[in-house]
Design a protein around this ligand. Sequence first.
Ligand SMILES: Cc1cc2nc3c(=O)[nH]c(=O)nc-3n(C[C@H](O)[C@H](O)[C@H](O)COP(=O)(O)O)c2cc1C
Length: 182
Amino acid sequence: MNALELLLTRQSDARLTEPGPNSEQLSIIKQAALLAPDHGALTPWQFIVVQGEGRERLGDVFYRSAFHHQLDERNLERAKTLALRAPLVIICIAKYVENNKVPRIEQVQSAACAVFAMQQATFAQGLGGVWRTGHYAQCELIKAELGLNVDDEIVGYLYLGTPEVKHVKTRRLSTEQFFSDF
Ligand SMILES: Cc1cc2nc3c(=O)[nH]c(=O)nc-3n(C[C@H](O)[C@H](O)[C@H](O)COP(=O)(O)O)c2cc1C
């Protein structure tokens, strides 16, 4: 797949199954993350790769968060299984570095670029992925359990694997709606 084909056909896949990225594919995905634009070369990132039984441990962390926040019964039950929705999950963190020139938002944006780069690198290798956030990206208890600082931001959980169903993105937006000339 060439670069333009990637950019113009990329899509997310919410339903993912085995196999996940092999070690060679994962290595490429990791390298793509580290090429994210980075103002001031602060490298304000941290990535935690979760696979195999690690997904069950992450499910336990989600469960403790759900319990702590008194989520309803349905969410409590779901919590333990969430990380099992793909063979591999990467927890993507903006690791905030205090800096006079580079505000926090730019560091979070840089980490977000890294997430997108990883999703693209996955797609380009014939696999699929989806970027998720929600309650478990905002929870202070989870940050603490992952050993993160309060200033850090979980910018997403990137679920990666093989798409369960082959589908082609049908929603096409019109450039005229979002671009104008000045
Ligand atoms: C910051 C961010 C958080 C997201 N969180 C979720 C989420 O929690 N659950 C979800 O189903 N999709 C979430 N999405 C959307 C999907 O990742 C995906 O972009 C969307 O399903 C559209 O698919 P597409 O990438 O093929 O256009 C999020 C996207 C972004 C950028």
